[in-house]
Design a protein around this ligand. Sequence first.
Ligand SMILES: [Ca+2]
Ligand SMILES: [Ca+2]
Ligand SMILES: [Ca+2]
Length: 321
Amino acid sequence: MNHIFTSRPASKSVVMAIGLLLSVGQAQAATIYASGQRLIPAVPGVHDDLRENFIYAFDSSTGIATPVSPETTGLPSALAGTAERGLLGFASGGQLVEIDPLTANLTPIGSANGLSSTGFDILDDQRGFIIPFDSNFNTQQIHALDLATGMATPKGSATAVGDAIDEIRGTPLGTAEPFIISLGSVENQLYGVDLDTDSLIHFNPETGEAAVVGSVGAVTSGDRSIYSGFAALTGVDTNQDGSFDALFGNVNFIDSDNDSDTPSERLGGIARFNLTDGTWELVGTNPGVIFFGFARTPIQYSQSSPDLRLREFIICRNFVV
Ligand SMILES: [Ca+2]
Ligand SMILES: [Ca+2]
Ligand SMILES: [Ca+2]
């Protein structure tokens, strides 16, 4: 096959090789995946508001997200990933799926368990967890998720999150109505954000015990009260030693005048959480975008088919020679 390329002018091969190097560099920077939606505001007389869903990728150092899939529908909001399993999702109907982020194709794993959860995480030690809605539409109790069969097993108390919130704020047990929208983990410890009180919750994955990190409302207290929508969490391996050492989440909306009667804007914020006091700081923003789920996998997904990769190798070789 080499003769196909040897007739190319050298300058053309140089251009192609440089283009190849650039595209490889971009792919390696894209280490965190997100399901998200871009809003294109209505143009009067032309189109209404357009909402387009994609799988995004972003670098934890910049927080700038880029769509990597075609426009798609039906993406799970609950994502998790590992080096061995790649990108996984917990889809509607309780179906565990494998996700190809470059095509947005979903491949079912095991059987649907019938539960609904917007939070999904896999610890460094490969144990999977979800936190399903209960019959009151509260999310109280983590469930271990078998990553081979898709079956779920409850851990600990059926009122774990609500009791943790009621105890720390001094309200009668049974008062809190928690909604844990997201799950992520650092050093095999599980965390979730409760949207009812805007608090960061720690879970013991062995026992299912829940505890408020810092204080109730720490996620949005103080000058962070203009922000809302903490739908995604994931551990991130910032020093690339193979284990999660930082907790990242999203911030979907900013309300500049802090007045709920006037509209808030889509912010697409990427935030890093403080695991001592439950607060966070913004790493980057993506105006016009909201995110539903985050997950990290070090697997390098390739845009190229095997045939194309072979061709690129030959082009490079031709350039080097
Ligand atoms: Ca997650
Ligand atoms: Ca690490
Ligand atoms: Ca407002």
